[in-house]
Design a protein around this ligand. Structure first.
Ligand SMILES: *Cc1c(COP(=O)(O)O)cnc(C)c1O
Length: 392
């Protein structure tokens, strides 16, 4: 029942963080659906904004604690905070570690809410200065440094392009200038990329994706030193209020038990499907870090221990051809999000949004494909039938 850090990743996913102290002897930790807790009545002073004792569910709750401990074990981190969504985790980092007048460097290829925060909301509302760079070139990150730079935020593999940024190289640039480095590694999951071990100060995930893996709950997490994470808990969690609900923390914790099994299947299916797509005459391009044709394949191979299940591709033809392809799919769903048990793809039309990474490929439009846990042969059958209808 108890986990120690010398044990393996599968054991951690099953046992780490488990409290196992239920009064009825339940094997699995119950869901603590309570918003508040009894306070001491013996005169013991109460820390009303505290993060270490049970007072109120926004200051922390037992299901959140169990999930945080499991994630810290998986990432090899000192501390973790889980919040209500991936975006609340990202906003927590930006609002906690940036102040008015500070400068931030961010990958041009990043999650849509991050792009809107940095292109529009944070500069306009809080006078934060922003440089958007192509972080697949560490020298662009270095060139963007200013005396008031406080944070470098990158996403690798990038959503949607799968562009890979060199964490070790960027961490060295950040350290040299005393700047924090945060890495969104949602596409890789905690299993295949360890940004903290490569020198990042903070790693973030949308738990809505691979960590939960069942497409039925939102959540976000941030991991790093206890000092940084406690600051996030005190500011962003207690006072900005981005807390996760006990029920969602419990769901994500349950999904996490099978993370290594799921990621193995996502990766094997990803490789099989990407290889199939690459040889199909209807396909215009495929970007998958596991393919030798990926521009940063060697870096991905060195930095990651698996390639995950995220593929970008496009087909030849006009809008009508793309619509025909989507309409023919029966197994693969046209929907947003990713890391679900089901195969999901989403189409982005030409030029929307403008992507600086390999523009000759992406500006004409693309499909972002989250390969699910179905049999690879069934996924390929579905794609093959739809692709064939696009060749005529
Ligand atoms: C989905 C996603 C997010 C946002 O997470 P939510 O849980 O939807 O708020 C952030 N970063 C990446 C890379 C994502 O894919």
């Amino acid at each position: 029942m108890s986990y120690n850090s010398k044990q393996g990743i599968h054991t951690a996913c099953v046992h780490a963080g488990k409290r196992g102290n239920d009064v009825f002897g339940a094997m699995h930790d119950p869901i603590y659906l309570t918003s508040n807790y009894r306070l001491p009545s013996d005169g013991t002073p109460v820390d009303w904004s505290g993060i270490h004792t049970n007072i109120y569910a926004r200051n922390g709750n037992p299901n959140q604690f169990a999930l945080q401990d499991k994630l810290a074990a998986l990432e090899g981190a000192d501390s973790c905070v889980v919040l209500g969504s991936g975006v609340s985790a990202l906003a927590a980092v930006f609002l906690t570690f940036l102040s008015s007048g500070d400068h931030v460097i961010c990958s041009k290829v990043c999650y849509s809410a991050v792009a809107i925060l940095f292109r529009d909301l944070l500069p306009k509302k809080f006078h934060i200065q922003v440089s958007m760079v192509d972080s697949t070139y560490p020298e662009e990150v270095k060139a963007a440094l200013q005396p008031n730079t406080k944070l470098i935020h990158i996403e690798t593999p990038g959503n949607p392009t799968t562009g890979i940024s060199d964490i070790e190289a960027i961490a060295a640039i950040a350290k040299e200038s005393g700047v924090l480095l945060s890495v969104d590694s949602t596409f890789a999951s905690p299993l295949y990329l360890k940004p903290l071990a490569l020198g990042a100060d903070l790693v973030l995930h949308s738990m809505t994706k691979y960590i939960n893996g069942h497409g039925d709950a939102l959540g976000g997490c941030i991991l790093g030193s206890t000092n940084l994470i406690n600051t996030l808990k005190e500011e962003a969690m207690v006072n900005f209020g981005g807390i996760i609900s006990p029920f969602n923390a419990w769901l994500v914790n349950r999904g996490l038990i099978t993370l290594p099994l799921r990621m193995k299947q996502h990766s094997e299916n990803g490789m099989t499907v990407a290889t199939f797509l690459e040889q199909h005459p209807a396909v215009r391009f495929v970007a998958y870090p596991g393919l030798t044709s990926h521009p940063q394949h060697l870096l991905a191979k060195k930095q990651m221990s698996g390639y995950s299940g995220m593929i970008c591709f496009d087909i030849h033809g006009d809008m009508a051809t793309h619509t025909r392809f989507l309409a023919q799919l029966q197994l693969v769903a046209h929907a947003v999000s990713l890391g679900d048990s089901e195969s999901i793809l989403v189409y982005t039309e030409p030029g929307n949004p403008k992507l600086p990474y390999l523009p000759e490929l992406f500006q004409q439009g693309y499909f972002r494909f989250s390969v699910g846990l179905e049999d690879a042969a069934d996924i390929i059958d579905d794609l093959n039938r739809s692709l064939s209808s696009c060749l005529s």
